[in-house]
Design a protein around this ligand. Sequence first.
Ligand code: FAD
Length: 312
Amino acid sequence: MSRAPVRVSRRCGKRPIRVSFEFFPPKTDDAEAALWDSIHRLAPLGPDFVSVTYGAGGTTRERTQSTVTRLVRETALLPAAHLTCVGASRAEVDAVVRDYAAAGVRHIVALRGDPPGGVGAHYAAHPEGYQSTAELVRGVREAGDFEVFVSAYPERHPESPSLQHDLDVLQAKVDAGATRAITQFFFDNDVYFRFLDKVRSRGIDIPIVPGIVPVQNFRQTAGFAARCGASVPAWLADRFEGLDDDPATRRLIAAAVAAEQVIDLLDRGVRDFHFYTMNRADLVYAICHLLGMRPQAEADHAGDEPLPMAAQ
Ligand code: FAD
């Protein structure tokens, strides 16, 4: 079994920078190989945790579980398993949680999930299932020694009547035991800071970690953003204009755009970053390098502080 041989020492001034990486479970042997190549490339950066998504409607349940348990068995990384309550009874969800506990998993990203019809379709909770994410958070906390992370939506969830309602939902998840929120991706950092102000005024003090999506393919990202309620600023569209058939230049622009975003967040005091990797390591690795992260011997990491429970 190979344990990640090196860890990272990364500091900005006196404060450490912390990153986490999100992957999705692979569907084919080739995709599986690509995923593990990415994991092995990023592991020496010493992420605080790596998370594995749960397919819409629970469709990747087995693949998510096998990826997470392989992470436990074969790496020194701390895995966080995404888990949704859509289309499943409470007993079914609880069985997954028990399996994770038995496998040594201690971190769950608890989510409602999108309706089987996709984003925007009518959502109905399973009659015997968890009726809300807050209920799921409570269920996971009661099931074992888990730390539970949840989502947050700086630009409002598409189903939400208002940002205020989103804050009520976030508050309920925190009251149920969530200790960290990861945001939906955004491109305008002011949106994040305005949201953070509202969260803090509300008295919610858990870390609200920005979710960063490096734009691998602008058209795809813009389409996805439209469905999940994230705005795409005109300046971003301008930067990718005319590059549909020029992947090499697109990649350079993508790196520049993501670097600009994270460096601005860093300059404004953010120290925790969650990267939606899309199972590709190169852009994320480059951005982490820009954040000052370097792979170093494990011994160098020994003095780093544990996951912060204090506010971002
Ligand atoms: P919640 O936090 O429960 O709700 C989000 C908002 O939606 C609420 O603030 C509320 O305003 C509104 N809302 C929720 N329910 C209702 C309702 N019944 N009526 C009206 N408004 C309502 N999806 C997956 O399938 N698998 C994943 O692995 C996954 N990982 C994600 C990771 C992150 C960091 C994020 C931000 C999202 C992820 N999603 C994932 C997407 C998520 O499941 C969807 O956005 C889903 O629609 C909401 O789930 P949630 O837990 O964020 O919802």
